[in-house]
Ligand binder design. Structure first.
Ligand SMILES: Nc1ncnc2c1ncn2[C@@H]1O[C@H](COP(=O)(O)OP(=O)(O)O)[C@@H](O)[C@H]1O
Ligand SMILES: [Mg+2]
Length: 519
């Protein structure tokens, strides 16, 4: 009944630039229409969320905001009268005391919206929980709303059924474009559309406040400093526990061999539904704990996190590829080069770094990180994971990496020649090459690096190289057999098939079966 009679609260909505209603505003208005009394919103920027919601409310709705340091404050003139009903003119007993706040809030007039900052920090106390719960039915009757704001919405079980949880995502491209234009206009700076687009790319993933600050600080008299803008974003993403923007300048042309995976990824990076960011999970076996992929780790936390990631990939329809192979076979190098190849950031996700001292902190950090990833990639992330020693991959993992599992074998002689070329050129070296049976790319690079540092010949430098095919032949052997017929090959089209490798001509005619090392 009420919903029919009351005009919907759209009168003063400041519509975001492109005219599409903000999803949070739409949800919040729907909640107000049906008199939801308790709402929790997870947000990276509470002030921006309050402003957004406040603009969507009618002027006649009393609005108040509470934070621990300032106590109760009115956000509009109606709110002033409402505030006086709770704290009067003098001493504000609610300051630092949310229980006092929620008890007093019972006196607020109908329709009031009360924003509570850092609410998640206070919901550990039974008295606070009870005082909040007591408001539920009274607030429901006359359309009052408590809006609990925080970076996480971890509700105590007593409230879980009574609070409607919403999420204020980071600003989308149209909101960011508006921020860029406003900042430039304020500085009387004319900017072309393509500069605005480039700036939006560079601030994606930041909160509204963060984006505003970054743009403001990147304004120059002659335009926007896009490099500076990227650098600031790198720093901000870096502040998210467990996330790092990879900065190196690797490109595919600097990787010798593995033509199949290079061509596949180039096509993905530049094809339909172009990814907005590469997410790089290095050495995924660490997340799986214990005997890689065979058993659970002792805490189960890493396993849960992997589950969360796989769920995220499914929900976002994210593409992914998994690289398996002996160490030094260019798996990480390829993953890092994908960002620069596609002109997008490579974000490394490190689950170990997310561990916190508090219960549930890893989960909270991972959720925050995924939110940042969604925003930086505009919802289109490409996931690349590597592993040096996974022998059997859990099926749910294989399923999520929809582009396939690729085996990076030790390079063939032809591939090794390409790798020698790359590193000889890089270090400015020449001269006869040492015997290099079953060397990885990393070992070729090490040999060149030593020759360069010691100013010795490559043959002399080779004495310092212990190839993995010699130090861990069993591991290489097991990897090859577990990949045989099962994983795709990074070097040749189709499924990997194990073959006997042959020594390149000129280094002795002994046949090397895949691993039988001379000794
Ligand atoms: N195919 C290759 N071409 C050029 N350099 C390579 C190649 N493979 C390995 N390297 C060198 O070895 C280093 C380590 O390789 P990396 O990709 O980290 O190995 P992993 O497969 O263990 O992830 C690289 O940073 C690069 O310098
Ligand atoms: Mg690696």
């Amino acid at each position: 009944m009420q919903t029919v009679l009351d005009p919907p609260e759209v009168a003063i909505v400041a519509a975001p630039a492109a005219g599409t209603p903000n999803p949070l505003v739409a949800q919040f208005r729907a909640a107000r229409r049906v008199s939801v009394p308790l709402v929790a919103i997870t947000t990276p920027d509470a002030a921006a969320t309050i402003q957004l919601l406040a603009e969507s409310l009618k002027e006649s709705v009393p609005q108040l905001a509470w934070d621990a340091a300032s106590g109760l404050r009115a956000s509009n003139s109606e709110g002033q009268a409402a505030r006086a009903m709770v704290v009067g003119d003098g001493f504000d007993a609610t300051r630092g005391n949310p229980q006092e706040l929620f008890t007093g809030a019972a006196k607020l007039p109908p329709e009031t919206v009360l924003f509570v900052l850092m609410a998640n920090r206070w919901l550990g106390s039974p008295a606070v929980i009870q005082a909040l719960w007591n408001l539920r039915d009274r607030f429901k009757c006359d359309r009052r709303t408590v809006v609990l704001l925080g970076t996480a919405a971890e509700l105590p079980p007593e409230l879980a059924g009574d609070v409607l949880v919403m999420d204020d995502p980071l600003p989308g491209p149209s909101e960011l474009a508006q921020i860029v234009r406003e900042q430039c206009a304020a500085a009387s700076l004319e900017v072309a559309d393509h500069v605005v687009d480039a700036a939006v790319e560079a601030v994606r993933g930041l909160s509204a406040f963060g984006a505003e600050q970054s743009v403001a600080m990147s304004l120059r008299t002659d335009g926007l400093d896009l490099e500076e803008l990227w650098e600031r974003k790198r720093q901000q993403v870096q502040l998210t526990p467990g996330l790092r923007v990879h900065k190196g300048g690797e490109r595919f042309e600097g990787v010798g061999g593995v033509p199949t995976i290079k061509s596949l990824l180039s096509r993905v990076l530049l094809g339909n539904d172009r990814p907005g960011a590469v997410v790089f999970l290095d050495e995924i076996e660490k997340f799986m704990g214990g005997a890689a992929g065979q058993g659970a780790d002792t805490s189960g936390v890493a396993q849960d996190q992997l589950g969360t990631i796989l769920g995220y990939m499914q929900d976002h329809g994210a593409a992914g590829a998994l690289f398996v192979g002996p160490p030094g076979s260019a798996k990480s190098m390829i993953a890092k080069a994908c960002g620069p190849e596609g002109g997008i950031p490579t974000i490394q996700l490190d689950l170990g770094e997310m561990k916190g001292s508090l219960m549930g902190q890893s989960e909270h950090n991972l959720r925050t990180a995924l939110k940042v990833i969604t925003s930086v990639s505009n919802g289109r992330s490409l996931w690349l994971a590597t592993s040096n020693n996974i022998f059997s991959l859990p099926p749910e993992l294989r399923r999520r990496f929809t582009l396939g599992v690729y085996f990076f074998d030790l390079p063939s002689p032809a591939e090794r020649n390409q790798i020698w070329d790359i590193w000889l050129r890089h270090y400015g070296l020449s001269g006869p090459l040492p015997p290099d049976p079953e060397w990885t790319g990393a070992e070729v690079q090490t040999c060149c690096d030593i020759a360069h540092r010691l100013r010795c010949t490559l043959v002399e430098a080779a004495a310092f190289v212990v190839p993995v095919s010699r130090s861990a032949p069993d591991q290489v052997d097991r990897l090859r057999s577990s990949a045989d017929g099962k994983y795709l090959s990074a070097s040749t089209p189709g499924v990997y098939r194990r073959t006997d490798a042959t020594l390149p001509p000129g280094f002795g005619a002994r046949r090397m079966s895949t691993l039988q090392q001379d000794n």
